[in-house]
Design a protein. Structure first.
Lengths: 168, 168, 168
């Protein structure tokens, strides 16, 4: 439930939209709880479905990046803060989950995770800034985020590491 | 101090009761600081008192679950969010403490910790929903949380693990 | 960026100054991002500059402790909460960083880190309480924090450990 809801809670605290949406509408908690129960009961079988799960995860990443950036702009944040907050919304839940189970968050370790979220949020913010509203720019932003995330998984791309780092 | 105050700070941020009670009344900080100093100075001797400390911890868990759920209802949250927030209030401080010292939080590992908090919060919320106010329903909710927590310790009960898990 | 901005975000959430300053003025994000990029590109060379970096870190600690305590007083918090919040502002960013990379936070382990922040915040709060405003008391508070931090580094001082602790 924290994975699903943590990013949105951080976003709503930052933009002062309190109580967070998660706590104002019980359906967020119900959907996240139902998903968690499914994973709890059938987790071993879900292990075999890792690619479909990564695709769904990429869909979620895209949705969170776009809605996070949009809500940030609606709350009056400037373009750069809105892009950052969109990405934080998208990666925040998974980051808290990783911290709680004692792992260095995925977003800090490898793969492309924050990068597609930043791209999706940036397209969203640029669209809103030049006056493009509605579902078409949102779809473009979502597809861009989704595509970069899946390309990263498919070709095992990683964010660059600092020059001279042992991982280089 | 984080163990004592963390849960209430999270609760107050979520229900937009800011600054949190912890920072509005210096006595919260003073009591938590005094308790921390006692543990600092006499920690070795307190190790021998593990059962009384677990009982006091269960009292605290009950109080936090009930006050958290009650404040959530007063802030206009629905019943399901109020139950969740009551449990978060009760387990939040210890969870932050465990993260800071590099442990996977107790609440995620073993024993009954979130379960009694959820039971106490649920009884509180149902009582308020059916119009029962005052100290009698609060006492019932508190005793239920306390009893489930102590039964869990006494009989070494654990939350169920997912089917097929190595811990099963 | 979290190291630089995390403490101020916690402070602004606690005093209900939302959205946090970090998200209201894009220059905070830009400066922190530029610093992070420099560290990313020249990190290996910066390793050799550990003393100048520790001095700059002590300057930052002092600034955060003083501005945190001042903003807390301006927000109407009492003296003790304002001192605590000043110290939290100063050590919060580094603490979140350490948690994210899987380390027990420096502030909990060794050295004098919270102690100089508490001293700087306390001097700030006492000055404001007795009606001394402006840059002179702020400078005194900042120099005290800075000096205690550097003395701690120079003489390898540590906070006291509990009696009977294995680290004693």
């Amino acid at each position: 439930m924290i994975t699903a809801l943590g990013g949105g809670i951080i976003r709503d605290v930052i933009i002062a939209s309190l109580p967070p949406a998660t706590f104002r509408d019980w359906r967020y908690l119900a959907v996240a709880g139902a998903g968690a129960l499914i994973a709890f009961g059938w987790g071993r079988k879900l292990d075999r479905l890792s690619f479909p799960i990564e695709v769904l995860d990429a869909v979620g990443l895209s949705l969170f990046a776009i809605t996070g950036a949009t809500k940030a702009m609606d709350a009056g944040l400037g373009p750069l803060p809105a892009v950052i907050l969109g990405a934080v919304t998208a990666v925040g839940g998974g980051t808290i989950r990783d911290v709680l189970i004692g792992r260095v968050p995925t977003v800090l370790r490898s793969g492309l995770y924050a990068v597609p979220a930043l791209i999706g949020a940036a397209i969203t913010v640029v669209s809103l800034e030049i006056g493009l509203h509605g579902w078409i720019p949102a779809l473009v932003a979502g597809l861009a985020c989704f595509a970069v995330r899946l390309i990263g998984i498919r070709f095992d791309l990683n964010v660059p590491v600092p020059p001279g780092s042992p991982d280089e």
